[in-house]
Design a protein around this ligand. Structure first.
Ligand SMILES: *Cc1c(COP(=O)(O)O)cnc(C)c1O
Length: 420
């Protein structure tokens, strides 16, 4: 396969023009959009607009200006709703992934009788596990006995049948990722939710690696709750405000961790000591929104509104498909193992496993490719539909091949850096 073939694919790409919306890093191929998406001009613009309302209106920015801050969390929630398949009242922009998980578990984990356990999985992201353990401890349960982690057979994937088999009458809550952060496996939300609903167990999903990469149908699927960050595939910026979904069937449920921004908007400034909660997902907010970390998300999401998540997924899948073909043809015999699903259950990134992964990543960086190392042996590479090209994928594989051929990774230590 030649670079000309990659260029032909780029010519036929109907999302190609979105690349011009982003600040691409000079002389770099960015393959790390699943960890931190790049800055877009729109995101920069909405951030500048909100700085402007602070500058020009002071406190009146809460209710005036183009994006009044008081209603911004709801507005961004509405923008995110199509990405998760939620109704607009079911989605709110607030907190961070981990604080939202705490908030939702505090509300949905209601141990009673012999139903006291939380069901998760052994491949989950550490922060989610820390949060679940601390929530168990807060309710007086030992995490060693009460946190069930479904096992993986190969350290990469989970089997839905194993998860369903673990949905016993001792389980009070289920929390799972929609896309596994390492292998990129997509779990079948519809099926898992059906099985959980049948057994009367509330189920929630972490969408950190799926939102902005694959479509979701949380409302239709009957998912009880979900939460996600906005700085990965959504390109909201470092530490941008996260999101959560609470199904309409739970409207009126008390938030686990109450705060005045969960109030009904018209009652919030009554300053009463009795809270009048919002009648929708907004009830799960806690304090004053981080307006300047919410501002870029407005612009970043406009790009998804224009591109549509269906087209983003279609291109993303074609990019990873092309990636896998090239890996198969060009990287044979260098000791790589493909650690992501190769079928339609793969999310938005590739996982290459190699015992020298840490220093291969350093060599890639030296040669202008930005990968993502995940200990102990994972190289994650995410060709992002909105700003990566088929040609980027082609170059990435060629560079990787020359690093392996010439063993250029040997000049580095096989140890990870602090962040990746
Ligand atoms: C990125 C990520 C997080 C990060 O949580 P923060 O609260 O934003 O730091 C948590 N869980 C998963 C699965 C993630 O991918």
């Amino acid at each position: 396969m030649t670079v000309e073939y990659a260029r032909k694919l780029d010519e036929k790409d109907e999302l190609a023009h979105f690349k011009d919306e982003f600040y691409l890093l000079e002389n770099k191929i960015y393959m790390d959009g699943n960890s931190l998406g790049l800055l877009s001009k729109r995101a920069e613009q909405t951030l500048a607009e909100l700085l402007g309302t602070w500058k020009n209106l002071g406190i009146d920015g809460w209710t005036e200006g183009e994006h009044p801050w008081f209603y911004l969390s709801e507005k961004v929630g509405e923008q995110m709703a199509p990405l998760v398949g939620g109704q607009k009242e079911e989605v709110i922009a607030t907190g961070s992934t981990t604080t939202n998980l705490h908030q939702l578990v505090a509300a949905f984990y209601e141990p009673a009788g012999k139903r006291t356990k939380i069901l998760a999985d052994e491949l989950n992201f550490p922060s989610d596990i820390y949060a679940l353990k601390s929530q168990l401890e807060l309710k007086g349960y030992s995490p060693d006995e009460h946190l069930i982690r479904v096992k993986s057979h190969d350290g990469r994937f989970l089997k839905e049948e194993d998860i369903v088999a673990a949905m016993t009458d001792e389980v009070a809550l289920i929390v799972l990722p929609a896309v596994l952060y390492r292998s990129g496996q997509i779990l079948n939300i519809e099926y898992l939710t059906q099985e959980a609903n049948k057994r009367g167990i509330p189920i929630g999903f972490d969408l950190c690696h799926s939102i902005g990469a694959i479509p979701h149908h949380l409302h239709k699927d009957g998912v009880d709750f979900a939460f996600w960050c906005t700085y990965k595939h959504l390109n909201g910026g470092p530490g941008s405000v996260a999101g959560l979904f609470v199904h309409e069937k739970h409207f009126g449920k008390a938030p686990g961790l109450a705060g005045w921004f969960g109030s009904d908007k018209s009652a919030q400034f009554d300053m009463s000591h009795t809270m009048t909660p919002s009648s929708h997902a907004g009830a799960f907010q806690i304090g004053t929104p981080h307006v300047l970390s919410l501002a870029p998300v407005i612009g970043a999401l406009e790009l998804f509104e224009e591109a549509t998540i269906e087209k983003v997924r279609k291109k993303s899948f074609a990019l990873t498909d092309y990636f896998l073909q090239l890996i198969d043809q060009e990287l044979n015999g260098f000791g790589f193992t493909v650690g992501n699903p190769v079928d339609e259950t793969r999310g938005g990134h590739i996982l290459l496993e190699h015992k020298e992964a840490a220093r291969i990543c350093k060599a890639l960086k030296q040669d202008g490719v930005i990968p993502d190392f995940r200990a102990p042996d994972g190289i994650r590479l995410a060709p992002v539909a909105l700003y990566n090209t088929f040609e980027d994928v082609w170059h990435t594989v060629q560079i990787l091949k020359s690093i392996m051929k010439e063993r250029r990774y040997e000049q580095f230590e096989n140890k990870r850096g602090i962040v990746a």
